[in-house]
Every structure is written in structure tokens, then in C-alpha cells.
Design a protein around this ligand. Structure first.
Ligand SMILES: Cc1cc2nc3c(=O)[nH]c(=O)nc-3n(C[C@H](O)[C@H](O)[C@H](O)COP(=O)(O)O)c2cc1C
Length: 393
């Protein structure tokens, strides 16, 4: 069995993005249409910028799949940047003359990678930093995450997400376990009820009118995970730690909460632990009466839904730019403005799902091994069956 890993490459306005996913077993049904459907979810969203109208993302599979079935070899994908047609000179791989517009930019956007990236990499054109720092790269992660999601489906794991806050507006009226995910998918702001939908949109409209941006919180949930993904035995195998790293790596994400982690801090200990009771009707033979832990105890999944809340900051690029400085002259200027979103919370949701899927697939492959989907399914079934010896007397 090959270790699961993936790598993305590509600049925001370059020719396209490349993704290689390694360690996916043989025998998984996978189509470009399945991946495209997931990628299109990242492109919808109230308050999205103009680019989403240009790009209709599609990942072309270049290796690792034959006749709609994975081979167990690395899966390479190519995602064309349709906007590249307008950037052939500015993003040319080969040298260009001084007579063409290189779209050099030097006015630092506070809150972007511009300043530390320029100093670290010795760049006088901030585009050399921004092009890779841009959230365009998350399209590649969603493509990789779609393959992970497809594999998780085989053992009954499904992943969903919704917006739970936009600015000051809270959208948690419906509890996680009661959410109708079709309602969320139909909402342009990924709200789980019509009242939140209206309030989120009004908040985004207000931000747009004020020429500013707005952030929020989104929730990612995995249903059907078995007990025991991740491990307590070492810091870097803990599932919660791995999820936190993965979510935090999403552009603009600044906070993460597992289960009700933050509200738990304001409650007495007796109210926040998930009491366990025997339950022969449960495949684990036991059941927790609540899920404050968000499905993870001691760095391992405990069989309950895995619930992660992710805080995402308001976008740094604004139609009314902040005061800033020029990286080369030190002159006080207005920060650069490029076409940009007002609110990216809904668009970040599918990225969060992708990161959840990638972490869970890695942990699942560690647990079950297996070079083919059938082998994984057999190992999974035998493991789940083995729980029956506990609590059965
Ligand atoms: C889906 C998504 C879309 C984004 N769109 C924009 C955008 O249009 N304009 C922008 O300035 N930042 C956008 N961002 C955020 C920046 O990429 C991010 O703030 C920047 O790279 C700096 O990284 P940091 O905020 O993680 O420190 C987006 C983030 C995500 C997840």
C-alpha cells in the first residue's frame, strides 16, 4: 500500500492548476463529472466576485483512472484557468519584453501574503507572491478532496457543510443533526433555514454598500465515521490536531473549534462531557447521549458525527482600499484592488469539506490499509463486526 498524499501546483492567473493524488486504492469508480460537480459547489455563493462568472472549473484526469475505475497508481489532474487567456503576457513562463504589460503590483494589501512573502522571497513585484497565495489554489484541493470523498462513500462516510454565522448574524437555529442538507445546497449563502438565509444576505448587502467585506463561521460535519480514526499515541496522529491543521491551512481561516469547544469553556464540567450508555442497537454496542466532543475523544473518532466549526476572516481586498505602502518606495498609498469577493464564507464550505475528506481518507487508509476498494471494505466490515465482543454480556 502506498502512503496517501497529494500535492497541488499552479498560480492563480497562470495556465492552470495541477494536482497529484497518490495512495487511492484500485477499484474505485471515479468520473470527471463527479469531481466537476464538487468543484462547481466552490464557485457558487452570494457575494462572490466576477471571476466565478469566468471560471467554470473542471478537472481533467490525466492518469490513474481507466474506464471510470481507479488503478491504484497516482491520479494526476489538470484544471485549466480559463482567465489565463487575458494573462498570457503577464504570466508568461518565458521572458517577455518591456513593451508588454506585466501587471506588476507593488501596493501591499494588508492581510495578504504580500508583505511577509516579498521580504522572505526577495520579491519586488508582489504578484510573484500573490499568484500562489491566492485562494484559487483551493480549486485544486476540492478536486483532490472529491476523490477522497468518493472513497469515503464506499465505507458509508458522508460530509456536509453549512454557514453558521455571517458577521454578527448567527445561523444555528437548526441543530446540526436536524439540518436538511438539501436546504443548505439550495441556499446561496449555505444557510440551513430561510430566516438565516435572509439575514446573511442582508449582512452581505450591507457590507457591499459600505464598500467593506464580511467574514463568518462555517461548520463541516462528517457522518458515518467508524470508531478509531486517528490515535492517542502520538501528537501528530491525533485526528483533532490533523483536522485543525487542515482547516487552518484554508486561506483566510483564523480559528477552529472541534464540537462545542469554545462554549464548553463557559460551562461546568458535568454539562460538557458526553455520557456513555450501553446500546446493543448501536453498531458500537454503546452510545453517547450528546456530542459536545464533536465526535473525537483522545485524538480518535468515537463514532459520532465529526463536527468542526471554522472561523474565516473578512476578505482583505476592498473596493474602498485600506491605506498601505509601496513595497519598493515606502511611499504611503492605497492598497491594491483586484476583482474580489465581498463574502467568501459559502465558497469556503466545500473547501472545508475537501480538507475534512482528505484528513479522514488518510486516517482511514492508515487504519484499514488495503490496495483495492474491496480489500478496504472487507477490513472495515471485519473491524466493525469486532466491536460486538464489547458490552455484549
Ligand atoms: C474560497 C475563498 C475565496 C477567497 N477570495 C478572496 C478574494 O476574492 N479576495 C481576497 O482578497 N481574498 C480572498 N480570499 C482570502 C485570501 O486568499 C487570504 O486572506 C490571503 O491569501 C491571506 O492569507 P490568510 O488570510 O490565510 O493569512 C479567499 C479565501 C477563500 C477560502
Amino acid at each position: 500500500m502506498t502512503k496517501f498524499r497529494y500535492l497541488t501546483a499552479g498560480e492563480s492567473h497562470g495556465p492552470g492548476l495541477t494536482v497529484i493524488v497518490e495512495g487511492i486504492p484500485a477499484g474505485l469508480g471515479l468520473t470527471e463529472e463527479y469531481i466537476e460537480k464538487q468543484m462547481s459547489r466552490r464557485q457558487k455563493g452570494y457575494g462572490s466576485g466576477g471571476r466565478m462568472k469566468i471560471e467554470k472549473d473542471r478537472a481533467d484526469i490525466r492518469s490513474g483512472v481507466r474506464h471510470g475505475i481507479t488503478l491504484g497508481s497516482p491520479i494526476a489532474m489538470w484544471i485549466e484557468n480559463r482567465d489565463f487567456a487575458n494573462w498570457t503576457d503577464a504570466m508568461s513562463v518565458s521572458e517577455v519584453g518591456d513593451d508588454v504589460d506585466k501587471k506588476v503590483y507593488t501596493k501591499i494589501v494588508p492581510g495578504h501574503a504580500d508583505f511577509p512573502g516579498a521580504l522572505k522571497y526577495g520579491q519586488h513585484d508582489l504578484r510573484n507572491v500573490l499568484e500562489r497565495a491566492s485562494a484559487r489554489e483551493t480549486a485544486a484541493r476540492v478536486a483532490a478532496g472529491s476523490i477522497a470523498r468518493r472513497l469515503l462513500e464506499e465505507i458509508g462516510i458522508s460530509i456536509h457543510s453549512r454557514t453558521v454565522a455571517t458577521g454578527e448574524e448567527d445561523g444555528r437555529a437548526v441543530a446540526t443533526e436536524d439540518v436538511d442538507w438539501n436546504v443548505v445546497e439550495a441556499s446561496e449563502v449555505r444557510a440551513s433555514d430561510s430566516d438565516s438565509d435572509a439575514r446573511f444576505k442582508a449582512a452581505i448587502d450591507k457590507s457591499k454598500a459600505a464598500r467593506t467585506t464580511i467574514g463568518g463561521v462555517f461548520e463541516v460535519v462528517a457522518f458515518g465515521a467508524p470508531v478509531g480514526l486517528g490515535s492517542h499515541v502520538h501528537w501528530d496522529r491525533k485526528l483533532d490536531g490533523r483536522l485543525a491543521q487542515a482547516m487552518m491551512s484554508i486561506n483566510a481561516v483564523k480559528g477552529i473549534e472541534i464540537g462545542t469547544g469554545f462554549t464548553n469553556t463557559r460551562k461546568p464540567g458535568r454539562e460538557v462531557q458526553d455520557v456513555i450508555v450501553p446500546d446493543p442497537s448501536d453498531r458500537r454496542m454503546f452510545r453517547q447521549v450528546s456530542n459536545h466532543a464533536g465526535g473525537i475523544e483522545g485524538g480518535m473518532s468515537n463514532g459520532n458525527p465529526i463536527v468542526v466549526n471554522v472561523a474565516i476572516k473578512p476578505i482583505a481586498t476592498m473596493t474602498n482600499p485600506l491605506p498601505s505602502v509601496d513595497i519598493n518606495t515606502g511611499e504611503v498609498v492605497e492598497a491594491a484592488y483586484n476583482r474580489s469577493d465581498i463574502c467568501q464564507v459559502a465558497r469556503a464550505c466545500p473547501v472545508g469539506e475537501a480538507m475534512m475528506a482528505l484528513v479522514l481518507v488518510e486516517a482511514m487508509l492508515e487504519k484499514y490499509g488495503g490496495d483495492s476498494v474491496d480489500e478496504i471494505k472487507r477490513n472495515h466490515a471485519a473491524y466493525v463486526e469486532s466491536h460486538q465482543v464489547f458490552g455484549s454480556s
